[in-house]
Design a protein around this ligand. Structure first.
Ligand code: HEM
Length: 502
């Protein structure tokens, strides 16, 4: 009797929930939890989108999720009129990581006013002029990393894990620009960040789709996983203190006189005490370091996997005097003048969106979406991988096809919605291609990320020829080894064989 009441409560609705398409549930109690609480959650969503179209439903225990990948509907969820608010209770899992006092950063705060202050004060750090100012640091760090990799190749260690290598660049760019701190990660010396951040991001991804996980760790603190988790979180907190101290050391008068609006200065200008500054320092590090690095690594994997693509990138670099040992130094202006390299990056970020699981919003009042009436409180989930790769949005959606970006706009997307229940058409590529999200909560760091990715890709291909290491296996093996650890990565890393260009 009690069980029937629970079942009724979970399934009873006054809106059109019952008529939405969606995959069958494994269990009436947990709903789709077994499929969602896996490192391949993004592929489950993608497979469902191929089957059920641009809008379908899932249930996570008691939570109703409507998964949206139709571009027009996605606009309503994240962009139009400022988009719907984030479903903050699902972002709460990272509170502990960002702050010892569980104070939220602007990334996951429930307060619109707090978010607005940080967004407004830190946005100047990502102006085109400031991104350009970061280029010399990026170039130095990238050159030094390439020198270290060249040394490894000469010493016979020619297989390099590229996600780690790229993280060493992105951390060393973020260090001085955001915190006035040099992590020296590019030297391959020991750097604690690599021991703590990647495993914690995996843990937080599992926590976000399994509300019981933190409870188990709290009730059984002696479990090795629970102990490791605690130690890593404490190590992060120690780092946030170090970085906050360096931010606090900024001389704001001097910065104003010099017109310095770097991220470090912007963070120092936040009208917060240390308790509220720290989570924002953490948020920038977490959001800006692995994301860019994995995008770079996936792109290098695609270049190495497609010899014809590698040849075209080489030819483009050679024509600009940027290939091989006699190459001139890369300049900021070169980055926009390498059109094919940029198509390759764009296509790789479509096929391997690091923010695969995207964003979760909440209907703040009853709404009509795609012809369905949804109750206030319904969760709307936009996993970017479904939007970026589904057949109803893209021609050859699952193929790596950089040339698509050289074609006329209408050829980029399928002419009509083809999923069985797709509810709209791809209106334009700009609305369908959103690896950085859209609307006011889009990625604030996208200009920096793109500059970093372009410079590292150009430098790597300039210095080395790339081959996929045999241990990576086939493309199918790589796909089977994908894991969502807040960012989309390959479980065994992206291992490439490098050869120095003569
Ligand atoms: C290729 C690299 C990157 C990708 C694909 C990416 C993607 C995204 C996406 C999809 C969001 C929205 C998340 C959501 O709605 O929950 C986001 C937000 C954000 N990103 Fe990025 N990002 C990248 C690099 C960076 C960099 C380099 C920084 C800064 C140094 C950065 C800082 C942020 C911040 C602070 C937010 C939260 C913005 C807000 O809530 O207003 N990201 N990013």
């Amino acid at each position: 009797m009690a069980l029937s009441a629970v079942w009724l409560l979970m399934n009873w609705s006054t809106d059109d929930w019952a008529t939405l398409p969606g995959p069958p549930q494994g269990s009436w109690l947990t709903g789709h939890l077994p499929q969602l609480n896996t490192p391949q959650v993004h592929r489950f969503c993608q497979d469902c989108a191929q089957k059920y179209g641009g809008m379908f439903k899932l249930r996570l225990v008691h939570m109703r999720l409507v998964v949206v990948s139709d571009p027009l509907l996605v606009q309503t969820v994240i962009s139009r009129g400022g988009g719907l608010p984030k479903a903050f209770r699902l972002y709460n899992t990272v509170d502990e990581l960002f702050s010892p006092k569980s104070i939220r950063a602007f990334f996951n705060t429930h307060s619109y006013d707090d978010w607005k202050v940080v967004r407004k004060v830190t946005a100047p750090a990502f102006s085109p002029a400031n991104v350009r100012k970061a280029f010399p640091v990026l170039l130095r760090v990238t050159n030094e990393l390439c020198d270290v990799l060249a040394g490894k190749v000469v010493a016979g260690q020619d297989v390099v894990e590229m996600s780690e290598a790229a993280m060493r660049v992105t951390l060393d760019v973020l260090g001085p620009t955001a915190y006035g701190y040099d992590f020296k990660a590019r030297t391959y010396a020991y750097c604690e960040m690599f021991e703590i951040i990647p495993p914690l991001l995996g843990e937080f991804t599992l926590r976000s789709t399994n509300p019981l996980r933190p409870l188990v760790h709290r009730c059984l603190p002696f479990l090795p996983a629970a102990r490791k988790y605690r130690q890593r979180v404490q190590a992060c907190h120690r780092w946030w203190e170090v970085l906050a101290k360096s931010v606090r050391a900024v001389d704001l008068d001097k910065a104003a006189a010099e017109g310095d609006t770097s991220l470090r200065v912007c963070l120092a200008q936040l009208p917060f005490d240390d308790d509220h500054l720290i989570p924002n320092i953490a948020a920038y590090l977490i959001a800006g370091f692995e994301t860019t690095a994995h995008s770079i690594a996936w792109t290098l994997y695609e270049i190495a996997s497609h010899p014809a693509v590698q040849q075209r990138v080489e030819a483009e670099l050679a024509a600009a005097g940027l290939l091989g040992p006699a190459a001139r130094q890369l300049e900021f202006g070169d980055l926009a003048a390498l059109p094919f390299l940029n198509c390759v990056l764009k296509e790789s970020m479509r096929l391997h969106p690091v923010a695969s699981t995207g964003t979760i919003r909440v209907a703040d009042k009853e709404m009509n979406l795609g012809g369905y009436r949804l109750a206030c409180g319904t969760l709307l989930w936009v996993p970017f991988i479904t939007m970026l790769t589904s057949n109803h949005n893209w021609e050859r959606g699952e193929d790596f096809w950089p040339e698509r970006w050289e074609m006329d706009v209408p050829r980029l997307v399928a002419a009509s919605a083809s999923g069985p229940t797709a509810v709209g058409n791809a209106a334009s590529p700009a609305k369908t291609y959103l690896p950085f999200s859209d609307g006011p909560r889009n990625c604030i760091g996208q200009n920096l990320a793109l500059m970093e990715a372009r410079a590292v890709l150009a430098s790597m291909v300039s210095r080395f020829t790339l081959e996929v290491a045999p241990e990576m296996g086939s493309r199918e093996d790589v796909r089977a080894d994908e894991v969502m650890k807040l960012t989309l990565q390959c479980g065994k890393g992206i291992r490439l064989k490098l050869k120095l260009r003569q």
